[in-house]
Design a binder for this molecule. Structure first.
Ligand code: CU
Length: 438
């Protein structure tokens, strides 16, 4: 398909949103819908997205997973946040097909909790043929009995800072336990996006097998058959689901996951699936989906060590650190130079690592090669563990960052800025200031 320019307008505002027939919340989101509208493009298209801010506070929109120019990344490090009543035009080409998403990157712990997110789907002529393509954004909210966003007391807020905010109102595409109907005999592509603040989702279809066909950076090489798959906050999994027989019904659930925090993740129900009458299928998910060239062997020499840790703090009792600091500044990387980063987690809890604007390959986890090759931008750091990732900064100089995608940890400082530098041109900025998120 020939590349084209696609125009979108998103308006951020507060609105009443029904999460069920009985429950209405004061959501913040885009175009008065939760999730926000799904943005669609074909690989190579240019997106022009005007964001109007009708909230009473500033915002900024991050395009999670898109390899875009630094200035369009949507953080307060590369642009002035969009003030109430203002508009900002994002403009970038989408060079990769896959399942991406957009979300607030300002006062995230509140703005994302209230619904400031949506999906961004990039299709390609080479995508596997399926009978239906669905986006499923998974989230939770922490509400009072009156369906207000809960603001706890001192102890509860301290625990939220420690664990991340995890509520027990479970949402799929902005609804509690929605009913999904599919046709017998058909195979669908389910694009699952974990947009929650802190919840780890061990997705489970009551034992029915499915195929993982893609993840953060698009298709895998080969479908991977599983009965469960973990999605950390920020992560995406594209699944081939079906075929089923008429009359089948099952739940979309998540199984318990202990990420070594005070809050425990129980088995939870996200949606109910009913399989209706049969329809012919055109689906074809090939055994070979594409080739992913390895950037580096498992034993490649490490070029940088990065440490996620927790440490004592006078002010908070505990600090969330990268390289021993809150809101760290890491060394620049040069365009075109292979990066082999050893990312360690010395703490006793899990942290979802997220790199802005670039994909990496995990080449080693706790001494072993991963189960399959994939392009990732989000990856779980288990307690007391290490991963080795390889990536190459392509020619998009400017400010970037990596951080923990548990939003409360990010806010508490578990993040680092760094600059991508074109060695032929030097630093793109004379200075940069970093900001504690408010
Ligand atoms: Cu964390």
């Amino acid at each position: 398909m020939r590349p084209t320019i696609r125009f979108y307008q998103l308006t951020a505002s507060e609105f009443d949103w029904k999460i069920s027939d009985q429950k209405t919340v004061k959501a913040w989101g885009f175009d008065r819908t939760l999730p926000g509208p799904t943005i669609k493009a074909n690989k190579g298209d240019e997106l022009v997205i005007k964001v109007k801010n009708n909230l009473r506070e500033s915002t900024v929109i991050h395009w999670h997973g898109i390899r875009l120019p630094s200035a369009m990344d949507g953080t307060d490090n590369v642009q002035r946040p969009i003030q109430p009543g203002e508009e900002f035009e994002y403009r970038f080409v989408v060079p990769d097909s896959g399942t991406f998403w957009y979300h607030s990157h300002q006062n995230e712990t509140e703005q994302m909790e209230r619904g400031m997110y949506g999906a961004l789907i990039v299709e390609d002529d080479d995508d596997p043929v399926v009978d239906a393509d669905r986006v499923m954004m998974i989230d939770d909210m922490k509400l009072t009995s009156g369906n207000e966003f809960k603001k706890g007391g001192f102890i509860e807020r301290w625990k939220e800072r420690h664990d991340g905010r995890q509520g027990d109102t479970i949402l799929l595409n902005g609804k509690e336990d929605p009913l999904i109907t599919m046709h017998a005999g058909q195979t669908e592509r389910w694009r699952i996006i974990n947009s929650s603040s802190a919840r780890y989702v061990r997705l489970y279809l009551q034992g029915k097998p499915f195929k993982i066909i893609g993840t953060d950076g698009g298709l895998l090489e080969h479908p991977q058959q599983r009965t469960e798959v973990l999605l950390i906050p920020g992560e995406r999994m594209d699944l081939g689901v079906g075929p089923f027989t008429e009359g089948d019904n099952f739940l979309i659930e998540s199984l318990p996951y202990d990420r070594m925090t005070f809050v425990k993740t129980k088995r939870q129900q996200f949606a109910t699936v009913n399989v209706g009458r049969a329809k012919p299928s055109v689906a074809n998910i090939a055994a070979h989906l594409r080739t992913i060239h390895s950037l580096a062997p498992q034993n490649a020499a490490v070029t940088r060590e990065i440490k996620f840790s927790v440490g004592p703090s006078w002010k908070h009792g505990i600090d969330f650190l990268v390289n021993g600091r809150v809101h760290d500044d890491d060394k620049p990387v040069n365009v075109g130079e292979l990066q082999v980063w050893e990312v360690s987690n010395t703490s006793l809890m899990d942290h979802p690592f997220h790199l802005h604007g670039f994909f990496f390959q995990v080449i080693e986890e706790s001494g072993k090669a991963p189960e399959y090759k994939a392009w990732k931008d989000s990856y779980n750091l288990k307690p007391k563990s290490k991963i080795k990732i390889a990536w190459v900064p392509d020619n998009r100089p400017g400010q970037s960052m990596y951080h923990c995608h548990i939003l409360e940890h990010h806010e508490a400082g578990m993040m680092s800025h760094f600059e991508v530098v074109d060695p032929n041109k030097g630093s793109s900025l004379g200075h940069h200031h970093h900001h504690a998120m408010k």
